[in-house]
Write a protein that binds this ligand. Structure first.
Ligand code: NOJ
Length: 765
């Protein structure tokens, strides 16, 4: 149960400065609104339907069956008997229609099925991975990408995606850091909202759009040691202030469904956690959508040592607030007995079914559950999709280093050595969770560079080294990287030396290094952040030739590039850029596009620094943080928000419209931004604040506003950000309340989280 204290006790505890009413700031925020295209909520229709359902049909609606697993009952039979509410992992439009016809035409109550699929960063056309989209610091990029992805998915009959993943992740060892927006709740919230809008459009059931599912509620990103699936232990303060906000933002943006997480949160599995799924989600946030468990996570309540058996697990999940079970069969096998034994009430069970039927109703499935198969093929990988993917990939890239302006590559270079097996991989450039993507659609870096630079400049490619994931990946069957071809040490040595010879013979070398797509994502955590295999040795040998070297990274987590950051002239973080990745990278290297992305996560020097997120609290000897370790720096290699451009920018005249602001209103903060170079480019104006004193100590700085701006060469513009005082509110571990506390605040505006332009203001009640 929640531990909020009564207001009277709270006021006794509070400092005189504290301005609180319970949820003072938050009470004014709109509740969750699941908007529907039909404009009707369908309650009457659904209640009448519910009244006709047998227990088996109700439990059927609450069951999601994965079609990539071995079924004990054929899919058609389940659909006909009303034993399934949703199928997962089907992407064949004709088959989707066929099964839908079985459910609608042949089942007793004609209830349509809901077809779900992981549309994480594109469907057939693959967009940059979500971490990369966050690096664009441009929510419009994420919104457009997910809207385009929804278009392809819905043209195939997929109606429901399990995205956006909004888990805050501060540990790059965790493989799933790639699926979220990084370490920051404010950036994460903006990306979460944008993705929900992109997937769903204006309302549930909007044409060419699909149902979003915000996941994994909650705390999955804090998996112990970065080891996927391990428990998360997160204080209430961190839950409310760091891990919850992107979920709340997605829900306020209208997300129609939510997925419970796999792991234990503070000793209670998330899928059986009523505090999360009921008290926070339904009571506090007024969530009106449906809740699905993660894969087998209901059954795993027993694995966790939480529930006794299937019946107990099913009852606990439903009582906690899970409406639909993904993959495991505990609802089917355990709920009837649980109901009989009184472990769950009929009313609770009906509430879950009602939620599912309402969702189907709001999506318009009772009116038109079918997909127009004649249009499916023409919607895939259209020029419009390719253009959007290429633009997203260029906007996501982050320039980490550019000594002597090596980039963009000068036209004087007549030969480029392109090295690294990732440069020629159509699968890896897409990144993990590209399950409906076709590698054959991808443009590799090799293809992109040849297209852009030849014939004026010769592009000569060799792999240099191959990399391999020693352990199998759960996605190997669906999607895998090219297998190594070099069999013996002698072959591998020869190829290594061949690559270095090629560097020597060329004017400039581009090394494309990083990780295979299977090295990040689910069950893809690491205990080190090194460049896998012999890539670091290759890089060092290439630098030793004395030739200008560009390092292009294909990956989805910060890697240990500390040596490179001192010795390699140019480093471009391209992430996994997707289908159009090769063209986008060619745009960036040639200067047709100018990098403007910024890191959505602080970049550690080594694995031992983790976690190294910027928003930490001040403590003893705050001005000398570099002595925290005696054997190395305690500052990150690159701070959160960091990223260079081929242009240069200045920010001056930081100005606050007022030096005080009332809680509940906005404070206008402006700065003059000038492009001081002769090249058009983008800069992200970032605003950070710090509360000087209050009922709890607050982080040294926290992002509270940002805007990515494009300026022509030499252009100067005043950029104004409206600081919303609601964003200054926080959950206090003293008062156990969300509130804004009046008092003095510091404010910084700048290019990254180390911004030094400072001002201060007072928050008034
Ligand atoms: C398990 C993953 O944790 C979840 O994110 C995903 O949506 C489901 N599998 C379905 O693929």
């Amino acid at each position: 149960m929640r531990t909020y204290v009564a207001l009277s006790t709270l006021l006794l505890l509070a400092s005189p400065l504290l301005f609180t009413t319970p949820h003072a700031a938050y009470a004014q925020r709109p509740n969750s609104t699941v908007r529907t295209a039909s404009g009707q909520d369908g309650e009457a229709f659904v209640n009448s339907l519910l009244g006709k359902m047998t227990l088996e049909e109700k439990i059927g609606q609450m069951s999601q069956v994965a079609l990539n697993t071995k079924l004990d009952t054929p899919a058609d039979e389940m659909a006909r008997k009303g034993q399934v509410g949703s199928f997962l992992f089907l992407t064949d439009a004709a088959e989707i229609n066929r099964l839908q016809h079985v459910a609608v035409d042949q089942s007793r109550l004609h209830i349509p099925l809901l077809f779900g699929f992981d549309v994480i960063h594109g469907f057939r056309t693959i967009y940059p991975v979500p971490l990369a989209m966050a690096a664009s610091w441009d929510p419009a990029v994420a919104e457009r990408a997910q809207s385009m992805a929804a278009k392809e998915a819905s043209a195939t009959g997929v109606q429901w995606t399990f995205a956006p993943m909004v888990d805050i992740a501060r540990d790059p060892r965790w493989g799933r850091i790639m699926e979220g927006a990084g370490e920051d709740p404010f950036l994460g919230s903006r990306m979460a909202e944008a993705q929900v809008r992109g997937f769903q459009g204006d309302s549930l059931g909007a044409q060419d759009h699909i149902l979003a599912c915000v996941k994994h509620f909650a705390g999955y990103g804090a998996a112990s040691g970065g080891r996927d699936y391990e428990e998360s232990n997160i204080s209430d303060e961190q839950l409310w202030n760091v891990y919850f906000p992107p979920f709340e933002a997605a829900i306020h943006a209208g997300a129609g469904s939510l997925m419970s997480a796999y792991m234990d949160l503070n000793g209670v599995p998330a899928t059986g956690n009523r505090y999360l799924l009921h008290d926070v989600l339904r009571d506090d946030w007024k969530f009106q959508g449906m809740v699905v468990s993660d894969w087998e996570s209901v059954m795993n309540l027993t694995t966790h040592g939480f529930s006794r058996d299937a019946g107990d697990a099913a009852a606990r999940a439903v009582n906690a607030g899970v409406d639909m079970e993904m993959t495991s069969h505990t609802f089917r096998d355990g709920l009837p007995a649980a109901l009989h034994q009184g472990l769950v009430t009929q009313a609770t069970l009906d509430a879950a079914v009602r939620q599912i039927l309402l969702t189907k109703y709001r999506m318009g499935l009772f009116r038109n559950p079918y997909v127009d198969v004649s249009k499916t093929a023409s919607q895939m990988v259209t020029p419009e999709q390719r253009e959007a993917a290429r633009q997203a990939a260029t906007r996501a890239a982050v320039l980490l280093r550019n000594e002597g302006n090596l980039l963009p590559l000068s036209k004087q270079y007549k030969s480029i050595a392109l090295i690294g097996s990732l440069a020629d991989s159509k699968a890896d450039i897409m990144g993990s969770w590209s399950l409906a993507g076709h590698p054959s659609d991808s443009v590799t870096v090799l293809e992109g560079l040849k297209k852009r630079f030849s014939p004026g400049t010769q592009v000569e490619y060799t792999k240099g080294v191959e990399i391999e994931r020693e352990q199998t990946s759960i996605f190997d069957e669906q999607f895998s990287s090219p297998k190594p071809t070099l069999k013996t040490d002698a072959e591998r040595d020869a190829e290594f030396h061949h690559a270095i010879d090629l560097v020597r013979q060329s004017d400039v070398a581009v090394l494309v290094l990083g990780e295979l797509q299977s090295m990040s994502g689910e069950r893809a955590s690491r205990s080190s952040l090194d460049l896998p295999g012999k890539q670091e040795e290759l890089l060092e040998a290439a630098v030793a030739t004395g030739k200008p070297i560009v390092l292009v990274l294909l990956n989805a987590r910060p890697l240990d590039i500390t040596w490179a950051s001192q010795h390699v002239a140019a480093i471009l973080e391209a992430w996994y850029p997707g289908t159009e990745g090769g063209d986008a990278i060619a745009d960036l290297l040639s200067g047709d596009a100018n990098p403007g992305g910024k890191l959505p996560v602080a970049w550690p020097r080594s694995v031992g620094q983790i976690p190294i997120n910027y928003a930490r609290n001040l403590t003893q000897i705050p001005n000398d943080p570099d002595t925290r370790y005696w054997d190395g720096s305690s500052a990150p290699l690159y701070p959160f928000g960091y990223g260079l451009s081929y242009s240069s920018f200045s920010m001056t005249n930081l100005h606050l419209a007022s030096n005080s602001v009332h809680a509940g209103s906005k404070l206008e903060v402006s700065v003059d931004l000038q492009n001081t170079s002769s090249r058009d480019g983008d800069e992200v104006v970032q605003l950070y604040t710090h509360q000087r004193a209050g009922s709890a100590s607050r982080p040294v700085r926290e992002l509270k506003g940002f805007r990515r701006v494009t300026l022509k060469a030499g252009e100067k513009r005043t950029v104004t950000l409206a600081l919303d005082t609601h964003d200054l509110g926080f959950w206090s571990p003293q008062t156990h309340h969300l509130s804004m506390e009046p008092g003095a605040f510091d404010l910084w505006v700048g290019h990254d989280s180390s911004a030094s332009d400072h001002a201060s203001f007072t928050l008034l009640p």
